[in-house]
Design a protein around this ligand. Sequence first.
Ligand SMILES: [Zn+2]
Length: 396
Amino acid sequence: MIPGIRYLVSALFAALVVMSAHAGEISAIQVSGDTEHTRITLTTSEPIEHGSFLAQPGGVAQVEVLLPGSVVLSNAATPPPGGAVESYEIRDDEVVFSLMTPMMVSRTLNLSPTTLERNYRLVIDLVRVAPVRFERAVTAQAGAKQTYRAQMASLARRAPEPAIGASRPDKYVIVIDPGHGGKDPGASSHNQKREKNIVLSTSLKLKELLERNARYEVYMTRETDVYVDHEVRVSKARNWGADLFISVHADAAGNSAVSGATVYTLSSRGERRIDGTAKTNGWDLPIEDGTTVEVSGILADLIRRETKSNSSVFAEMLIPELAKAGPVVRNSHRRENFFVLLAPDVPAVLVEVGFLTNRSDVARLGSESGQRKSAAAIASAIDTYFEQRDLLYAAN
Ligand SMILES: [Zn+2]
């Protein structure tokens, strides 16, 4: 699988349900927005099939929304359009929207009924594009509408197929990143315990625990005492298609009384580094080739926001579990500008399992039982996190 594609699908389009051909009754057509962003909402009796195409008859930019098998009810609510839609015309199997300015479809959503809105809705978002880009798209789409019509007609003749939902993935990919290694020992304790060794054996225990669950595919950025560059760690995680990245470290402090675990997610200073770092390292976002610059920008922004929010969700789940395994520091969810947290599309945390400068932490982190407890705490938070993701999929 192309790295990150599944993440894109799950993060952005959890609400988008791809349906086989359905006939529906359209009870309202609403158009809102402005000349930059316009939203068309069709209220329907069920999820409906549709195809949208660009046209420019007589120099007027149009979006044609084909609705094979669906009908616009004669008493449908059709208030005057807003946004960049000048007017629209309801035809046999399509609604044709005439635009004041060239626009293209940035995304479509099939929304299910909610407590506030009892109907299904097909939402088509349009973004303004340069006239030349619009013209090019019209040319590129020549014949596409006829092909679509023919495909739909042949589908309708076949037996109905079950609806395909935004189904949950078969496997979740988890990447464990034991900090430091090789020439880089990390922090040290009074009795010469090295961070690189402690975090590696804790990480190996975590891997073993996770691998008991057949739904997890577990990778490690290092499994031996070797040095691995930071960008290599992140690149590996992205290439494996990570759904979650956990970097495991142990802390050091000037004050030997300080003890306990800390969980870090990316700080806002770090967020400002994402774009540049991604560019330097070729961490391309899973956005289809040929997507307009405008739409790519919107998608990239959505991906970054979703990644940030998922990282925080996981961090908040991890802290109470770590608190069962040992002490946690005050304000245990912190934000830092750590390089390994910079992937724009992989939710990531860095956990400091304790302080090597604190005697009781060293005793805990250096022991088999203490390491097993840390590993179990992280594994348990991972279970909770992915159970919640399963629920999200099930709800769609
Ligand atoms: Zn470290």
